[in-house]
Design a binder for this molecule. Structure first.
Ligand SMILES: Cc1cc2nc3c(=O)[nH]c(=O)nc-3n(C[C@H](O)[C@H](O)[C@H](O)COP(=O)(O)O)c2cc1C
Length: 393
């Protein structure tokens, strides 16, 4: 709920601006006082009068024709949190660089609370390196990015770029104001380890690191201090210390060196179970024929943490294909507090997707199956569950 919270809703100029009216209504229904600020382009897509009727206040539209003495800062200073939905590619660029040439960006700069941004644009615009650079900058600055979702876009196109549903944006605003993990120290692992065969090849897996990244980011946004040990391309995120690793041994060393200092460890990485015994020093050549590659087990990182004398609250992950029997077995035998199982063979679940459908097991084998959710929502729910279990035990 947002009872008593002061929320600024910024609206920029994309077709999805029509959904901002419904978002404003949902924010009001959640108990918030809502004030809106619109870009010039946004007013081409949505009437200011509509927002005035929903929120009870006429939106701020510009710098110079407003009754306020300081229309560029007044709303920002008033707000507990700001949300920009939809955020165009142009608005993302301005936010990332602080280019304050309209009242909405000035408001975002003047606001001291959390900022939630929901991008919406065509897939080509979303995929452009410039847009992705701006998103990376905003994430590193501590901005919450929600979406975009995949689906029908303006003009009959289909793909990533669709504004997420207003309910998800309201949930992200609520989450942005939640600091319930303040004072917690957590360690998260992410990505798929790579075990060298020779200087150019490795044994790897399909993990993208997205689930672990979402878990690290959600914890940081809720106030935790986070170490992310990752074998995926490192993402800079505010409040997250990133330790980049490559092999299972690197990850084990990094985790074991830090795990005594944390309250909670969430092991979301896909760690190789086996590695080549002796990686070749030089590139293996086709002409030499197929090589015999002998494998040996890698260190069991989860077991290493579970076996420590003063171990942290421990959450394991199990990626299974076809059945979750393996996850159930792991939950009851590995000495974890919670085990998150997912079937990577299911559509929309597992590696490289933005969604996941998971079952959370306790050590007694009890299972709680969650619906298909965005990885961000899975991460938020997982922290709710960890906190509830941690505090009750
Ligand atoms: C019909 C139409 C639809 C548009 N939809 C989008 C959109 O969904 N996302 C986007 O990034 N830009 C979109 N644009 C382009 C923006 O309106 C344009 O970049 C504008 O300068 C954005 O300004 P603002 O970010 O200050 O609101 C659209 C333009 C038109 C004419």
């Amino acid at each position: 709920m947002l009872t008593g919270r002061r929320i600024v809703l910024g609206i920029s100029g994309g077709v999805a601006a029509y959904k901002a009216a419904y978002l404003a209504r949902r924010l009001v229904e959640a108990g918030a006082s809502v004030r809106c600020v619109m870009t010039d382009a946004a007013t081409e897509f949505l009437g200011a009068q509509t927002l005035a009727a929903i929120t009870g206040e006429y939106p701020v539209l510009g710098f110079f024709d407003e009754p306020e003495v300081s229309p560029h800062t007044a709303l920002g200073q008033w707000s507990d949190a700001m949300v920009i939905a939809p955020a165009t590619a142009g608005t993302l660029a301005k936010l990332a660089t602080g280019l304050s040439d309209n009242a909405m960006i000035a408001t975002a700069l003047a606001a001291e609370g959390p900022l939630v941004v929901a991008p919406a644009m065509h897939t080509e615009m979303w995929d452009k390196p410039s847009t992705q650079r701006n998103i990376a900058t905003l994430l590193a600055d501590g901005v919450t990015i929600v979406g975009p979702a995949e689906g029908a876009l303006a003009g009959g196109d289909v793909g990533p770029g669709r504004l997420v549903e207003p309910e998800e944006i309201v949930a992200a605003v609520e989450a942005s104001l939640n600091r319930d993990l303040e004072g917690w120290h957590v360690l998260v692992t992410a990505g798929g380890t790579r075990e060298p065969i020779d200087p150019v090849r490795y044994l790897g897996n399909r993990s993208s690191g997205k689930m672990g990244n979402a878990i690290a980011l959600a914890a940081a946004q809720r106030g935790a201090s986070v170490v992310l040990v990752t074998a995926a391309p490192a993402l800079r995120m505010a409040g997250v210390e990133v330790v980049a690793v490559e092999t299972a041994q690197d990850m084990a060393d990094a985790v074991w060196a830090r795990v005594d200092d944390v309250d909670v460890a969430v092991m979301a990485a896909a760690v190789a179970d086996f590695r080549p015994v002796t990686p070749a020093d030089e590139k293996l050549r086709r002409a030499a024929g197929p090589p015999q590659i002998h494998l040996e087990p890698t260190p069991d990182i989860l077991a290493g943490v579970a076996g420590r004398e003063h171990r942290p609250f421990l959450v394991g992950f199990a990626a299974e294909a076809g059945s979750l029997d393996g996850a159930h077995h792991k939950a009851t035998t590995k000495g974890v507090d919670l085990l998150v199982g997912n079937d990577v063979a299911k559509p929309g679940s597992g590696f490289a997707t933005d969604t996941n459908q998971v079952t959370v097991y306790t050590p007694d084998g009890a299972a709680d199956t969650w619906p298909l959710l965005s990885k961000t929502e899975v991460a938020e729910r997982l922290w709710d569950r960890i906190r509830a279990t941690y505090e009750s035990g």
